[in-house]
Design a protein around this ligand. Structure first.
Ligand SMILES: *Cc1c(COP(=O)(O)O)cnc(C)c1O
Length: 376
């Protein structure tokens, strides 16, 4: 491919001297685990996000699992989440013997539909996991209201939206994605907006008690060395990844801006094409464009993707199969047709390359290639 979905090499080359120095320092000190860089990243993330506690961990999936483990839920308790997301969100619910309850999304934002959340609540419901899909916040005002009314926890899956701003429609207060519910979970997978050079993740909360609990859970359920008060897991962010992330955090807003500008370019190029719906951004959130996802109306999607691939242009489908139709998650409670918006989107969406290294020249080539196929 000439143009991939991401350009991590190009991004690295621009910060290479800083990164190389930081990594070599850790190698020479051999402070591989729990080194000073982990504490530094933690403090810098806390101040960037305006959140009381950041708990680094091994990956975004663990972050979600640890958040759920901190809530003292019991098997059979229900956790509501979206049918249109990456599998990790539902996977951890299932792994903990909790019951994932799926609900449909909004057609224009791809995010969880608060009305559907409300309709899915039973006396077993304990938590809601909204996913800020592709980089913009779910309707957290509505979700927090529903949660408060029904005494539920809200865990934000902000793996795709770190850096996005949520503006409370009532108070006007601005909060960072992942700090709006009780717990926020993010991923530092290399292609994420704040990506490490390996795996990584983090958990955010303003709740002292939950923070304390989650710090114990990520560390083998251990508060005092070799005394294990509960069953935990081993989930650490290593020092090399933390050092790299600490450097990249300083560029995160700049990276977000580059992605937004790239999205604007695409929006303009497709604005006159009635067969292509460009992303809609809700008025209570900014969009950090982890993905730039189009809805294709009456277009041969496979044909278009093949046409692009022949010109060396990557494209991708996030996500081709809704959660309730995934083989491992087939469940007599759900049938094809139950989540019509998710099912429609899974057939119509297509994402184009979006990252920090795009230029207008590259985007011109990409958009012309798309329009050439669509308008032929
Ligand atoms: C990437 C991602 C995760 C999982 O993160 P990992 O670090 O890969 O475990 C969870 N949820 C969503 C929505 C993601 O995009």
């Amino acid at each position: 491919m000439k143009y991939n979905m991401v350009d991590l090499v190009g991004q690295y080359n621009r910060i290479k001297p800083e990164v190389d120095e930081a990594v070599l320092k850790i190698m020479s000190e051999a402070s591989f685990i729990n080194g000073p860089s982990v504490r530094s990243l933690q403090a810098n993330l806390e101040s960037y996000l305006g959140v009381k506690h950041v708990i680094p961990c091994a990956n975004g999936t663990d972050a979600l699992q640890v958040a759920l483990m901190a809530l003292n839920l019991k098997p059979g308790d229900e956790v509501i989440t979206t049918s249109f997301t990456f599998i990790a969100t539902a996977e951890v619910i299932a792994l903990l013997n909790l019951t994932p309850v799926l609900v449909d999304v909004e057609a224009d934002t791809f995010n969880i539909n608060p009305k559907a959340v409300e309709a899915a609540i039973t006396d077993k419901t304990k938590a809601i996991i909204p996913v800020h899909l592709f980089g913009q916040c779910s309707d957290m005002h509505a979700i927090n209201e529903i949660a408060e009314k029904n005494n539920l926890y809200v865990i934000e899956d902000t793996a795709q939206a770190i850096g996005a701003d949520f503006k409370c429609p009532e108070s006007g207060e601005i909060k960072k994605a992942g700090t709006i519910g009780h717990i926020g979970c993010t991923s530092f997978f290399p292609s994420k907006n704040l990506g490490a050079y390996g795996d990584g993740g983090a958990i955010f909360t303003n709740d002292d008690e939950l923070a304390e609990k989650m710090r114990v859970v990520v560390n083998h359920g251990m508060k005092i060395r070799y005394y294990h008060d509960e069953v935990g897991i081993n989930s650490r962010l290593d020092s090399i990844q933390a050092a790299i992330l600490d450097i990249k955090l300083r560029y995160l807003d700049e990276y977000g801006k580059a992605r937004q500008e790239a999205a604007n370019f695409y929006n303009r190029a497709f604005s006159n094409c009635t067969k292509i719906t460009t992303p809609k951004i809700s008025d209570f959130t900014t969009h950090v464009f982890h993905q730039y996802t189009l809805v294709l109306n009456d277009i041969d999607r496979e044909g278009l993707m093949k046409h692009l691939a022949e010109k060396g242009i990557a494209s991708a489908i996030y996500y081709p199969v809704p959660l309730h139709l995934q083989k491992a998650y087939l469940d007599p409670r759900y049938n094809e047709g139950d989540f019509p918006v998710t099912e429609m989107l899974s057939k119509l969406v297509m994402s184009l390359p979006i990252h920090t290294e795009l230029t207008p020249e590259i985007q011109k080539e990409i958009t012309e290639a798309v329009l050439e196929f669509v308008e032929k």
